[in-house]
Design a protein around this ligand. Structure first.
Ligand code: UD1
Ligand code: CA
Length: 449
């Protein structure tokens, strides 16, 4: 049997944040969510999360994880004290306990698989992940022999000058034989610089203790402050970009773009500089995105071009052109071949095939039929100060420049709206609608003297 425990009770003092450290976001997911997903593939029988600092907030953020057991650690007296809290919930449990630090979010699932495999094969009492770092400062140093046996772990602040030179560090990821660990946990003492109970001290009490060195030291980056948060973000972004480049996406300036786990691209997409993808996005094959776009939870159909635009909860059909300087807000649904141009904002509206809104418009709460042509500066006046109302424009209609359509209003098909009109009443199909003052011309006008 396998149980996984994630240590997430600490405050994260070095973050200097009101947010508990494990809830800091990293490429769109919190640290603790990333740690939890790294062990999903192992399908553990039990999953326990040790919470303490702002426990309720941490617990609420993970409400959607079924079967996750929350164990309260109060007060937070160190990582050893945290694991001591498992003695009760895991009483009678036999098998391995995998302990993960809640602030080590870049672990690959395969690495955890290897750790478990190595542990089971060697019959060790504990196997821990280690890495050799050029700059090991801050981490616990692992004193180990050439045979992979670990003698003990010394925290950075408790190290002698000579121990500080050791560059083999403790990643904070351990696979324990639970019964053996449970037997030594009560013997932990707080005779260290921080006066805390250290989980790392159990290693010297367990025999044999082994370690597994990771090949890619990036994986075990621990996050204690915002600098390390930014470094981990960079590693994750690099992983995501490399993945999509291998899948056939061109990035003309990869380092200037950021991606999210939930963003998918078809083949032959070109992403130009300064494009940012958040949440879940679906970008069809052959699209050209950027420069300068932000897409959040949006879909773009094949062969479309998006330039200098912000899309949030919006969808764009195939072979469409959006931008430059366009904002598609939640509920903007553009069908195939639409053109939406500069200084246009669209919200909660459907645009059927081939609609053009090329310049300076606000389209909100509207339904536009196929091939509608919206003239420059057309505005849907959707808000009466209390409620929002819909505007419906039938297929093939054209609005002249600077039209104001006061909703609720319905224009039939093939309507023409004269430039500068303010319309407050419905217009039947095929009509010309004018809603403006008649032009006055006074000839030979001399003006006042
Ligand atoms: C720990 C290890 C160190 C290792 C490093 C790897 C110990 C004593 N040291 O140090 O050897 O190199 O991780 O990143 O374990 N936590 C609790 N309850 C507590 C204290 C901490 O749940 O009372 C949780 C924190 O929320 C965090 C994790 O344990 O997720 C690690 O705590 P942290 O204080 O960051 O330990 P480090 O000093 O980084
Ligand atoms: Ca840490």
């Amino acid at each position: 049997m396998l149980a996984v425990a994630v240590l997430a009770a600490g405050k994260g003092t070095r973050m200097k944040s009101d947010l508990p450290k494990v809830l800091q976001p990293l490429a769109g997911a919190t640290l603790v969510e990333r740690v939890l997903s790294s062990c999903e593939q192992l399908s553990p029988e039990r999953r326990l999360l040790i919470v303490g600092h702002q426990a309720e907030r941490v617990q609420q953020s993970l409400a959607r994880y079924e079967g996750l057991e929350f164990v309260l650690q109060q007060p937070q007296n160190g990582t050893g004290h945290a694991v001591q809290q498992l003695l009760e919930p895991l009483a009678g449990f036999t098998g391995e306990l995998l302990v993960l630090n809640g602030d080590v979010p870049l672990l690959r699932p395969e690495t955890l698989g290897q750790l478990l495999e190595r542990h089971r094969a060697s019959g060790a009492a504990v196997t821990l992940l280690t890495a050799r770092l050029a700059d090991p400062s801050g981490y616990g140093r692992v004193l180990a022999g050439d045979d992979g046996r670990v003698e003990r772990i010394v925290e950075h602040r408790d190290c002698t000058e000579a121990q500080r030179q050791v560059n083999l560090i403790n990643a904070g990821i351990y696979c324990f034989d639970w019964e053996k660990l449970a037997a030594v946990l009560p013997r932990l003492r707080s005779d260290n610089d921080q006066g805390e109970l250290y989980l790392t001290d159990t290693v010297a009490m367990l025999s044999p203790a082994m370690h597994l060195e990771v090949a890619d030291a990036d994986e075990i980056n621990g996050i204690n402050d915002r600098l390390q948060l930014a470094q981990c973000e960079a590693v994750l972004q690099q992983r995501l970009r490399e993945h999509w480049m291998r899948e056939g996406v061109t990035f003309t300036d990869p380092a200037s773009c950021t991606l999210s786990d939930g963003t998918r691209f078809g083949r032959d997409v070109v992403v130009e500089p300064q494009c940012h993808f958040r949440g879940s996005n679906e970008i069809g094959s052959g699209c050209r995105i950027g420069p300068g776009c932000l897409l959040e939870n949006s879909q773009v159909g094949e062969g479309s071009q998006i330039l200098h635009a912000v899309l949030r909860e919006a969808s764009v059909g195939p072979n469409a052109a959006v931008g430059p300087f366009t904002q598609l807000r939640p509920g903007a649904r553009l069908a195939a071949g639409c053109h939406v141009g500069n200084f246009v904002e669209i919200k909660n509206s459907t645009l059927a095939d081939g609609v053009k809104v090329n310049h300076l418009s606000y389209i909100g709460d509207a339904d536009l039929g196929a091939a509608v042509n919206v003239g420059a500066g057309t505005i849907t006046a959707n808000y009466d100060g209390v409620r929002k109302h819909r505007t419906v424009i039938g297929a093939g209609s054209k609005t002249g420049a600077n039209s104001v359509l006061v909703a609720p209003i319905t224009l039939g098909a093939n309507v023409t709206v004269g430039a500068g009109s303010t319309l407050t009443r419905d217009v039947p199909s095929g009509a010309l609608a004018l809603g403006r003052a008649r032009q006055l011309v006074k000839e030979n006008w001399t003006g006042p003297r």
